[in-house]
Design a binder for this molecule. Structure first.
Ligand SMILES: Nc1ncnc2c1ncn2[C@@H]1O[C@H](COP(=O)(O)OP(=O)(O)OP(=O)(O)O)[C@@H](O)[C@H]1O
Ligand SMILES: [Mg+2]
Length: 323
């Protein structure tokens, strides 16, 4: 799979303005520190990290909204600063902040956006965008009359109007209701299936778990981890099985103790914790052999959210920059 966005040793140091002349222009910790990253064509890449980690700054440096202090960013092989107009044309950005003119209508907003890139918005494309973002009813309304969630949907439409090859979504579903969030996830997958590469930031870990092929974790401007999501869930993830017994027992048979099982809920539940993905057969087989009948089964899996918290709270988080 070819690389579509290449970031090499990117550092961004904003200049802070202090109150006193002594503090003015003083440099603080860089917003991005020596970040290198390669994003592959056609993947959904989730950029995670707490507030202030540097996610928006990273997107800004790649999409031309801010100038890095050092390092380079390339999109489809072209440098984002030297080949400014090419790289701007092939990327779309859904910014974290709402940034459109409140006096245009929804439809005008989409048409003008395509026009900025010299693209005429075809009728079919306009209808597709309005439909996918559920804004058909609002097409002739001024954007200032939209609700917060609708404005966010329109931002996504704007970013897609010129059919970018790489789409950057900076917290696209903040403030969007649950049903629509799921619709947007579906639409993001459709875009990916058509070949659009998607870079997503989100504080909803469920969103990254649902959508992402790979996950990166930024913390205080540094890249702590880049890994395939499934591999990450597998290597950190554990699953706890709760087997609800038909009849409570007082003593656990040795064969089950050997499989790491324990009793809970006054002998009504047998619990086993094992790496996610490991077969359940041996535990269930041993239970049957011991003459224990199971009334119900519950499973509880370590999700991305648990892993995220675990990684951020490690004392010395070493970088895990995988494939
Ligand atoms: N224009 C700016 N001028 C000065 N400092 C800035 C500017 N923009 C961001 N910063 C600082 O850079 C750091 C990274 O900010 P950034 O917006 O990239 O974080 P983020 O990961 O997107 O956070 P969030 O999850 O809150 O959106 C923060 O310390 C922030 O205060
Ligand atoms: Mg941000």
């Amino acid at each position: 799979m070819s690389v579509v966005v290449e970031i090499e040793r990117l550092t961004k140091q904003y200049r802070t303005r202090g109150g006193s002349s002594k503090e003015a222009g003083k440099e603080s910790r860089p917003a991005l520190a020596d970040v290198s990253l390669a994003i592959r064509e056609g993947e959904i890449f989730a950029l995670l990290g707490p507030n202030g980690a540097g996610k928006t700054t990273l997107i800004g440096c790649v999409t031309g909204l801010c100038v890095p202090t050092s390092g380079t960013a390339r999109v489809m092989g072209r440098d984002v600063q030297r080949d400014y107009s090419f790289t701007r044309r092939v990327v779309g950005v859904v910014p974290q902040e709402i940034n459109f003119d409140p006096f245009f209508t929804v439809e005008e907003c989409l048409r003008f956006q395509a026009g900025y890139f010299g693209v005429k918005l075809a009728k079919a494309r306009l209808e597709e965008l309005l439909g996918a973002l559920r804004l058909e009813d609002k097409r002739h309304e001024r954007t200032r009359t939209l609700s917060g969630g609708m404005k966010r949907r329109l931002l996504i439409g704007k970013a897609l109007a010129h059919e970018p090859r790489v789409l950057f979504l900076d917290e696209p579903t903040a403030g969007v209701d649950v049903e629509l969030r799921r619709d947007l996830w579906r639409y993001v997958r459709i875009l990916r299936d058509r070949g659009t590469t998607i870079v997503l930031t989100t504080h909803y870990l469920e969103e990254a778990e649902e959508l992402a092929d790979r996950v990166a974790l930024l913390h205080k401007g540094r890249l702590l981890l880049v890994e395939e999501k499934e591999a990450l869930l597998k290597s950190f993830g554990q699953r706890t099985l709760r087997l609800i017994l038909a009849q409570p027992i007082h003593e656990l048979p040795d064969a089950l103790k050997l499989r790491g099982a324990r009793l809970s809920d006054q002998g009504r539940v047998l619990e086993v914790t094992q790496p996610a993905g490991e077969e359940l057969g041996p535990v269930l087989g041993t239970m049957l052999a011991c003459g224990l009948a199971v009334r119900d089964v519950e499973t509880c899996r370590t999700g991305l959210e648990d892993i995220y918290v675990q990684l951020l709270h490690q004392d010395h988080p070493g970088a895990r920059i995988g494939t």
